[in-house]
Write a protein that binds this ligand. Sequence first.
Ligand code: ACO
Length: 351
Amino acid sequence: MKTKIAGIGHYVPENIVTNDDLTQFMDTTDEWIRERTGIEERRYATKHKESTTSLGAKAAKIAIDRAGIKPEEVDFIIFATLSPDYYFPGCGVLLQRELGITKSEAAALDIRNQCSGFVYGLSIADQFIKSGMYKNILLVGAEMHSMGLDFSDEGRAVTVIFGDGAGAVVLQPTDKEDQGILTTCLHSDGTHAEELAMINPGSHGGYHLGVEKFGYPDPSTPGGVFVTQKMVDDNMLSPNMTGQLVFKTAVVKFPEVIKEALDKTGLTTEDIDIFVPHQANLRISQFVQRTLKLPDEKVVNNIQKYGNTTAASIPIAMSEAWEQGRIKEGNLVCLAAFGSGFTWGSALIRW
Ligand code: ACO
């Protein structure tokens, strides 16, 4: 028994924000952003009208429809995001409510694996399907980054990179020998956890080495640990990233984890029909493409239009490629991601 992708879909908000639009808020230029990241524009969802859950629900409805099932038939929801609507509960149950999945056997799991959330989710779903526990798993990657970014000059190196959007797949068992997920490889290393992170708000209370600079509370103050006035006053409530470390580590880990998946399955880079990398940065994807010696037609890049949508980037790119006829039955699809944690992973799927 293997796990197949029975339906796929994506949704991005209508509101397009170009690089030039961002120059109204911060000291940046279209040229700087394009040169360093390849990004030309991104989408921002509309406050009050949309949220990470609602974006995910729109993508999920398309995937469910394409799988030929009804929402009530979904047994298990896996929701990957780093920009949840609430600190708790997670978006999984909010999506369940929005889709009207009311049967008592249904369950929802939220995962917080940032850029590699979709690959981790795929691996979790694969294990549940292979064990026979579930028959219809809905895996969603969704982000509403625009709510958590710093639009001042201080935040410009991070803010220009990220966009909002969602992608979803429905996973089902298949007994066809030449179809389904062939393998998934997952890794993590917490050494550099704070180098690509949103530290506040949180309950760290100044515990971890080096977090002093993020404004931890006075230990003698009862309560008020989660968000302090200092965090608000000193603009410490947005993500931070040591860009060059992320770049240097990503370009090593991407090829390494892809090779691991190919070795495990006895395949080579020449067998890959289509490579869908996490859309971190066009320069990272181009570097990986050159390392793997893949021709342009085998690599999916859409970061130019959507920016980096973290857990949503792979399902959005894969869904678009499928809609464009670039992914066909029998194709070997290679997915790979690297991001905050650091966490990284890969998957090989026979479509
Ligand atoms: N516009 C204009 N200037 C900027 C901007 C901006 N948006 N952001 C930073 N700068 C300035 C800096 O202040 C600095 O100025 P200075 O030289 O006067 O001090 C200068 O540009 C260079 O800054 P660096 O941070 O050294 O820029 P770098 O060349 O490293 O590029 C970048 C930054 C694009 C983030 C790069 O490090 C990178 O691509 N890193 C990979 C990180 C990444 O892709 N993350 C994606 C999210 S994580 C993931 O998905 C895996």
